[in-house]
Write a protein that binds this ligand. Structure first.
Ligand SMILES: NC(=O)c1ccc[n+]([C@@H]2O[C@H](COP(=O)([O-])OP(=O)(O)OC[C@H]3O[C@@H](n4cnc5c(N)ncnc54)[C@H](O)[C@@H]3O)[C@@H](O)[C@H]2O)c1
Ligand SMILES: [Fe+2]
Length: 378
């Protein structure tokens, strides 16, 4: 898969966006209630408003959006001729911006319903994605994830046409993240990297992205959550997240993400939190099938003991993940999220239904295995 986005990265890069707006007729700007209040974002909006002849602002994209949210948005906007879509926010905003870029292009050839049914778009308007979490890596993936409340799960809409023309990785925008969001979204990036690296459909291109991303993440996740003002760590995390997205574009996630879908879909647990809870049991489960890959990942840890055997390194990596989730003070038990143990069979069914991801698990996984993993979290 080609990722052709032009990337602007570094402190102060928001100032470069003016040049992308010149000569556009109608700029559609999507964000959420928290991001709109950031000083850098208000300034950016003011600048764009001064340049673009027509400017539409949507500032209420909800977290973990559902297909109903997107339908309501499209009805409210009644727009079919935007020529630049800008999405600035976490994965929730970026995913909606990607969908809007194919649904609101002039003479759009597809509807949301058709996208949900698996039909593919062929065109989009010019798009610019600016992540404020690090993160989903949505700016580098062909995916947009929507909650499907009727089925109490989530669905991925996938097309490389949704990949953006421009990406802006601006570290100062991520400094306002509360610690728990920086930590949980960072674990989401880690899940993308380690799952893609160990997926049945892994390949050298995706592996390359995953290894570079993990090295960056191991060096910056804790620093960037501990010290908001560590701009270098914040930028490194944005790149780690971007590489996670690029790894998804070339391979795919598996067990953690499949098992987190029903937690998000039924209980509305934020994506990164659901993944943080599931990371350790899922990695412990697949460990024996991916010893060499885990050993390679372990070697990237800043304090790796390189003389260990591959088997020892694979155990040590799982232990590192366990300690990391604890040090980041993220929940590690389902009860902390008010999940009723009676619902476990439902969660198991939901996870097994995510066949797109379950097919990527590098080890045979049964219904009982999935149940045992959820049970280990009670
Ligand atoms: N497209 C993909 O490839 C992909 C991959 C993983 C997850 N996702 C999806 O992305 C969504 C989750 O995205 P997310 O984890 O980035 O969280 P999010 O976008 O839902 O944001 C979580 C919360 O953090 C706030 N926030 C974000 N950035 C902030 C900042 N800089 N300062 C202060 N507050 C900030 C938001 O306003 C929101 O309240 C889910 O719907 C998930 O399914 C998509
Ligand atoms: Fe994810």
């Amino acid at each position: 898969m080609h990722i052709n986005s032009t990337i602007l990265s570094g402190k102060g890069m928001l100032n470069e966006i003016n040049s992308l707006v010149k000569n556009r007729h109608h700029v559609l700007f999507l964000t959420d209630k928290n991001i709109i209040n950031l000083a850098d974002v208000s300034k950016l909006i003011k600048n764009i408003q001064d340049i673009a002849p027509v400017f539409t602002l949507i500032d209420d994209i909800p977290p973990e959006p559902s297909h109903h949210d997107v339908t309501a948005l499209l009805t409210k906007m009644k727009i079919s001729n935007a020529d630049l879509v800008i999405g600035i926010g976490g994965g929730s905003v970026l995913d909606v911006a990607k969908l809007v870029s194919v649904l609101c292009v002039k003479e759009a050839d597809i509807t949301l319903e058709q996208l949900l049914n698996g039909d593919k778009p062929t065109k989009r308007c010019t798009s610019l994605l600016i992540p404020t979490t690090a993160g989903t890596g949505s700016e580098a993936t062909p995916n947009a994830i929507l909650a499907i409340p009727e089925k109490e799960t989530k669905q991925g809409i996938i097309s490389p046409v949704m990949l953006p023309d421009y990406v802006c990785l601006v570290p100062e925008l991520t400094t306002s993240m509360p610690k728990h969001i920086a930590a949980s979204t960072g674990i989401d990036a880690l899940c993308h990297l380690i799952e893609c690296f160990t997926a049945t459909i892994s390949n050298p291109v995706g592996d390359n992205y995953a290894l570079i991303g993990m090295q960056k993440l191991f060096n910056s996740l804790e620093r960037s959550t501990r010290d908001k003002s560590d701009i270098e760590a914040k930028l490194t995390m944005l790149w780690a997240s971007y590489y996670g997205g690029a790894a998804i574009a070339h391979a795919g996630t598996h067990l953690v993400h499949a098992m987190s879908y029903p937690l998000g879909g039924k209980y509305h647990i934020p994506h990164g939190i659901a993944n943080a809870i599931l990371l350790v049991p899922c990695m412990a489960f697949i460990r024996d099938a991916v010893v060499d890959k885990f050993a390679q990942a372990y070697d990237l840890l800043p304090d790796a003991v390189l003389t260990l055997t591959a088997e020892e390194k694979s155990y040590a990596l799982v232990e590192y993940f366990k300690q990391l989730v604890q040090r980041l003070e993220l929940p590690s038990k389902l009860q902390e999220l008010n999940i009723d143990p009676k619902d476990l069979p439902y969660l198991v069914e939901g996870a097994l239904e995510v066949k797109r991801l379950m097919n990527n698990v590098p080890k045979k996984v049964s219904k009982d295995d999935v149940l045992a993993m959820y049970q280990s979290l009670l």
